[in-house]
Write a protein that binds this ligand. Structure first.
Ligand SMILES: *Cc1c(COP(=O)(O)O)cnc(C)c1O
Length: 414
């Protein structure tokens, strides 16, 4: 992608008259000085607020919004979002600690993930969070923890659906999966949950999550419709009324030229229809969406400094102090099938600078360490800043920071 024209800048970024990028209202150079180092991630508080407000305006009021914090577990981000959404979804005891520290009420925290350790299950029961059970193996462990602690073990069943989410960047359900319990096996696990009710297991609902990074409203609608029907069938054999119906996350954000923004309207209309059916068909239930990427992805940038400018066989390489060790996804190595460039820009966009084709690379001794391949940027010099947009989700925490022993990335919420 070429240097971003100002019109294409994310809503939270702006331009000063001198052509310097502003993030959360702060000029980039000043922000870099404030952080005290490059590379860093900067997340915009106002962008997080705006995104949640926009979702709330679009979706039926009865639908609860959760933040799936594995998308960005920075404590300040989790704390900011905890004040805006209805609950936090965690995927480990470590994330559970951050969520509880953020002040989110335990009653509104849920814990999913395959291979939960016995100690983690016990911690979840002690905390009073809802455990999304992914294996029958978890049930006796939870019952034992409930008995030992004299507390109910709040459980929902995560179901691996008997269908796929079409057009998803990363499939998380349908077919053979390590996540959840196959739909066919779910009735037996629900029956076991019922037997263990006398031993402290408190059934609260169902979770069905089909896939991540989806930009196609019709695919998401189809998956949610099939999830809803599957939930109705399972509710009929559940040991107690379904109170939580978690339809997962997976709303995508545009990364690449040609990506169309997800159209929320059909999704919202269908959810409204579900909400109307609930009183008759699942009277105690409320619908939960647990979104990760969609809430934070567009609110963050990654900023690195150019440390060298090299030419090899006519091709210009801008070498930066940042790379795949901080931002695996931008390098194309986090689940992408085809490598494409995240949107990038220089920190200063002086008019009249000549554009040239460059590749932006990192300092690692591997050809995979590529932040942008053959993009048009204004001619850049050593010392200038390069900004990678759409970097708020699956960034710092999903990158191999120890690889090659370079300094860790900093993170700020502006
Ligand atoms: C990762 C994850 C999510 C969030 O996925 P996004 O694509 O980031 O919205 C939601 N639910 C579960 C169980 C997850 O593991």
């Amino acid at each position: 992608m070429a240097a971003l024209p100002p019109a294409a800048l994310p809503a939270h970024a702006g331009l000063r008259e001198q052509g310097e990028l502003l993030l959360g209202g702060v000029p980039l150079g000043r922000l870099a000085a404030r952080v005290g180092q490059t590379p860093f991630y900067a997340y915009s508080r106002s962008a997080l607020h705006a995104r949640v407000a926009e979702l709330r305006a679009a979706l039926p009021a009865a639908v609860k919004l959760h933040y799936a914090m594995k998308a960005n577990p920075m404590p300040a981000v989790v704390q900011c979002l905890a004040g805006l959404v209805d609950g936090i979804d965690v995927a480990s005891a470590g994330e559970m600690k951050v969520a509880l520290d953020s002040g989110a009420p335990a009653a509104e925290i849920s814990f999913a993930g395959p291979g939960k350790r016995d100690a983690e299950l016990r911690q979840a029961v002690a905390a009073g969070v809802l455990v999304n059970v992914e294996s029958p193996r978890e049930l006796p462990v939870l019952a034992a923890a409930a008995q030992a602690l004299g507390l109910p073990a709040r459980v929902a069943l995560r179901v691996n659906p008997d269908f796929e989410l079409k057009g998803s960047g990363m499939k998380m359900g349908g077919g053979a999966k390590p996540f959840g319990v196959d739909a066919e096996a779910a009735p037996a696990v629900l029956a076991e949950m019922g037997r263990l009710a006398a031993h402290g297991l408190a059934f609260e609902g169902l979770q069905i999550f089909a896939g991540s990074q989806n930009l196609r409203a019709e695919s998401l609608c189809e998956a949610q419709a099939r999830s809803f029907e599957l939930a109705l069938r399972l509710a009929a054999v559940a040991p107690a009324p379904v109170r939580v119906l978690n339809l997962g996350g997976g709303f995508g954000i545009p990364y690449f030229p040609g990506d169309q923004r997800l159209d929320l309207a059909p999704i919202a209309a269908q959810l409204a229809a579900f909400c109307e059916r609930l009183p008759a068909e699942m009277p105690q239930a409320h619908i939960v969406l647990e979104l990760g990427r969609y809430l934070v992805g567009e609110a963050g940038v990654y900023v690195a400094r150019i440390t060298d400018r090299k030419v090899s066989q006519g091709q210009v390489f801008l070498v930066t102090d940042g790379g795949l060790h901080h931002h695996l996804a931008a390098s194309g190595n986090f689940g992408q099938v085809l490598r494409r460039n995240y949107p990038v820009a220089l920190g200063t966009l002086h008019a009249g600078r000549e554009e040239e084709q460059v590749s932006v690379v990192g300092p690692l001794c591997t050809p995979l360490d590529l932040l942008a391949d053959k993009v048009l940027l204004p001619r850049a010099e050593v010392g200038e800043l390069v900004v990678v947009f759409q970097s708020g989700a699956y960034g710092a925490s999903s990158s191999p920071q120890a690889f090659l022993g370079h300094p860790a990335v900093a993170e700020v919420l502006v």
